[in-house]
Design a protein. Structure first.
Length: 255
């Protein structure tokens, strides 16, 4: 009995510890940067990033929309084939009225596996608010709905089909520009100076003949000088009297 329980326990551990097979997800499309805050008038460049994960991609059709009220897009996307070595896209359009972007490489490109940008679009922020950038996507591996983003691959190794299973969209915040005006100083203006006797056209401006000269007023005399002289005279008489009067009285007594 103990032997049977031991074998049962060992087999239970084997089934619990044995790894389960996880099916790999297919390709993913996302935009970069995923979010950003900019000002009105700024330039925003958004990349289309394709991650093929474990599958080979033979092309892709990027279809996306953007908010036309706050963003103004360039006339076309810029293809990026540095990593994929794909050729030029068969369709490269931007509908400014609908806010719709299409960048189609077709399904006959060289097989590529990796994660990199396959294109980008330049926007100009034209109004304050929020702006969304969304890939047109409804369900994974959608081969039947027209006008949706697709990534072409071979899930079964032979049949070409859409291997796009998920997307990541982006949102941006646009703020009004705040420009602080620099302080301005107004320099005082001075009229031309005149010079007496100057001749016009010879480096000087003559003074007008009817120039009114300013009147200079003087303070009235207050008599301070006359009073001071009088006081000095009286003081001198008193000093002389003090000197000669004792001498005169002394002589009179002796007589």
């Amino acid at each position: 009995m103990i032997r049977i329980l031991t074998l049962f326990f060992v087999f239970s551990l084997f089934f619990v510890a044995s790894p389960t097979h996880v099916l790999a997800t297919d390709a993913n499309l996302k935009c970069s940067p995923s979010t950003k805050t900019i000002n009105v008038g700024d330039t925003l460049i958004v990349d289309y990033l394709l991650d093929t994960r474990t599958f080979q991609a033979f092309g892709a059709n990027v279809i996306a929309t953007y908010t036309t009220d706050t963003l103004q897009a360039a006339s076309q996307s810029t293809p990026v084939t540095t990593s994929s070595s794909w050729g030029q896209p068969t369709t490269n359009t931007v509908d400014a009225n609908l806010g719709k972007i299409t960048l189609d490489y077709g399904s006959s490109q060289p097989a590529w596996t990796g994660s990199a940008s396959i294109g980008q679009i330049q926007f100009t922020a034209k109004a304050a608010g929020q702006a969304q950038f969304n890939f047109v996507f409804y369900q994974p591996n959608d081969d039947t709905t027209p006008g949706v983003a697709k990534v072409w691959g071979k899930k079964d190794g032979s049949t070409l089909s859409n291997i796009l299973t998920d997307v990541n969209n982006c949102i941006y915040v646009i703020e009004a520009s705040t420009i602080t005006p620099s302080p301005t100083s107004t320099a005082p203006t001075f009229g031309p100076t005149c010079a007496a006797g100057a001749t016009p056209g010879q480096g000087g401006t003559p003074c007008p003949t009817n120039t009114v000269r300013p009147t200079v007023s003087y303070l009235p005399k207050t008599g301070i000088i006359e009073t001071t002289v009088s006081l000095l005279g009286i003081g001198g008489i008193l000093v002389l009297s003090g000197i000669f009067l004792p001498v005169f009285l002394f002589r009179k007594d002796n007589d």
